[in-house]
Design a protein around this ligand. Sequence first.
Ligand code: COA
Length: 344
Amino acid sequence: MTRAAVLTGLGTYVPPRVVTNDDLSRTMDTTDEWIRTRTGITRRHWADPGTATGDLAVEAGARALKSAGSADVDLVVLATTTPDHPCPATAPDVAARLGLGNVAAYDIAAVCSGFVYALAAAAGAIASGTAERVLVIGAETYSTILDPADRTTSVIFGDGAGAVVLRAGEPDEPGALLGYDLGSDGSLKDLITVPGGGSRQRSEAAGEAADSAGSSVGGRPADSYFTMQGKQVFRHAVTRMAASSKAMLRRAGWEPESVDWFVGHQANVRILHAVADQLGMDRGRTVVNLDRVGNTSAASIPLALADAIAAGQVGPGDRVLMSAFGGGVTWGSTALVWPDISPH
Ligand code: COA
């Protein structure tokens, strides 16, 4: 029988600085009313200058290990769109700072779907016997890539980190991940981008330099701000999250009405409700915490899970469906019966 990946710990961290919609309306052409009604967001946390994704990941990771009752892991998978550096990956540094020794550690870049992709990768490592226990972290500092002049993106994103520990176990245990539905459509890659800083930009800059002998390579300013075509992203997010959720429900053998909680990627409350409608689920079964944290990309699902537990929503024995959509474009879903654990 295939070894299952069983969720055995959950930890989260958000940086202390709270940025309200009113704070933003003092520096950009927006209003609390617009942000609340178009997205559902009322505030978010932004890291102070000097704080990077790895710092948030270490905090959440330490809490997840505490929640699991053991720091014994043999793999760290970190999902992020905002790594500390283009090179090296952030995960090895996080593993070292957590005192995990020479464990395998790597980053996953699937933007807002990153956490679900990371769960699937970690579960694959467990199923193959490559790992027994895996620390999976979703961590982001979008505040470092937002264009303060772009009100369509700056009001939406927040910083934070969430982590879980997965261990090898049996498919019928509470906490066992029941499979995955993952997908991508790279023809839509321009909908969500950070255009600069990669080899596409650098090879163009190098070409220009070669054309004009004597000019220095890399004279082009880094186009490092996050961009998003919001309206199109909205439409694809609803379609893909609904289809992926349905595929996952079929895989789990669950009817939509038997799902206790839908924990979707926290991008926009209107997206979450539209997906619930397409699934034929009661909107009241949708976990929403984006009002307090905004869209935290790869950290979004674990942060929502922890808030739902703290609010007395998700509890042991509940059927939980998770689904995400993000840049790439990518999407992914998974499901589990919630285990009896104490998040930190
Ligand atoms: N404050 C005030 N007005 C704003 C604004 C802001 N922060 N951002 C945009 N507007 C304006 C626009 O300029 C536009 O004005 P116009 O009609 O005069 O041109 C108007 O509001 C409507 O803009 P539009 O982009 O059509 O709004 P929308 O209803 O599509 O909502 C988003 C915009 C970004 C909230 C919405 O598209 C969205 O949530 N998309 C998905 C985002 C997401 O989920 N991203 C991550 C997925 S991984």
